[in-house]
Design a protein around this ligand. Sequence first.
Ligand code: FES
Length: 333
Amino acid sequence: MLAQTQSALEVAPPIPTATVPLMSTADVSHHATYVTKNATPTLNSLVAGVEQALARTSHWDEVQQATVRHLCEAVERLHGEAMRRLIRMLKDEAACHEPLRAALSDEVVYAVMRYQGLVKASLGERVQAALDSVQGLMQSHGGGIELVAIRPPDTVEVRLLGACHGCPASSQTLTDGVERAIREHCPEITQVVQVSRSAMQPEAKESVEIGQAVNKQGVHFVSPFALAETSGWRDLATLEELPDRAMISRQLDDVSLLLYRRGGMLSCVRNACAHMGMPLDGAHLDATRGVLTCQYHGFQYVLETGECLTVPEVQLQVYAVRVLGQRIQVRPS
Ligand code: FES
């Protein structure tokens, strides 16, 4: 490593000191005072110190700046290798595991270890990276996702936004896009929970408007992650068979489904109450609100999302639905 450092320095051309404005005596004395007076500097002040030092080289010519970069990289490699060896030795000693973990709670230790690639990103950072990776696609369809909470060791709560919130295919969006991304970034997370919301929130109106805009292109209410899915769609009914603010039941193989239409909004849910699995085609429909009340024990559901208003922890199984021409198609999950 020392040889590496030396060779890195050797290949860099020498700095013509006569023409380079280095730190003034006052600067050096300021730094010396700072170091001695601030026994425990913060991460921010230390990073600021590095940035200030680099800023002083910004007007140097290319050769001089390359020399500085070589020097920084060589020193970083030297420090990184020393830390790597130190950690390897400490990890071999069981008694050192706890102090090592405690050391990582120090912001400076954690930041430098992360920078050196010696610790992986925190769960929070990885969850956010996963959501960021799908955010662009969801936003391009008028939707979005936000992190509500991380509940270690295995659960993440999220909220769908915009067109995704209230979209009948939101469950598919969650499963296909968000869950997959979170699983890739955070294998320890096994449950992604969509936080329930009220059926009457303003975003529900937004989803109708966006849905209608999409209708003009001939495809209705498809999860962004299902747009690429060209196979698996099954004809279930025609628009003629489903008047506005009405609900009909249809059989798809051995599964009974309910289709509901409100204006430009179509949804499809499984015809089985989340309470005891009883059929819902005889349930009372409040067509104005799109709320279904099970005739057996009174559980209430929002048909556009499958959300259960009685017990928010459960919901009806929702299916991706689209309209091609007059045909209403469903994609079995
Ligand atoms: S079966 Fe529907 S509320 Fe009990």
